[in-house]
Write a protein of this length. Structure first.
Length: 133
């Protein structure tokens, strides 16, 4: 009986150690209004805007335009996408030195998705980046 308990505990402990040693795949936020999430397997980062403070302070998005093209190299804090709301405009900035992998033109054409659920990782990302060392 004791050996079964020890085996079960060991399996649980090993699983728990494995899980806690893996990188956490959660969103990170910049000081302004961007969120980004990096896929550890592909090293591709999705970048979007957070509900707070941008949408709460500036209102509904009405226009967005990329400032760079796919495969362009950009530096940290470069202005990647111009975003305009009913009250103001701002930019989505690069969180690090990176290469642009993809631009979500579907979102740029129909900003309803970004206005209704701005932090949805599947559909509300504006741009995909690959970090450059």
């Amino acid at each position: 009986m004791i050996s079964n308990t020890v085996k079960h505990y060991t399996k649980f402990y090993n699983l728990r150690t494995f899980i806690t040693n893996r990188p956490i795949l959660s969103k990170q936020y910049t000081d302004t209004h961007e969120w980004f999430k990096t896929n550890s397997k592909t090293n591709i980062t999705k970048l979007g805007i957070s509900h707070r403070p941008f949408l709460e302070d500036f209102g509904e998005l009405v226009y967005a335009e990329p400032r760079y093209n796919k495969n362009d190299l950009v530096n940290k804090d470069d202005e990647l996408i111009l975003i305009e709301s009913v009250k103001a405009f701002d930019f989505i900035n690069a969180p690090f030195d990176c290469k642009i992998i993809d631009i979500n033109y579907k979102l740029l054409d129909t900003l309803d998705i970004a206005n209704s659920n701005p932090e949805c990782e599947d559909s509300s990302w504006f741009i995909k980046l690959e970090k450059q060392e």
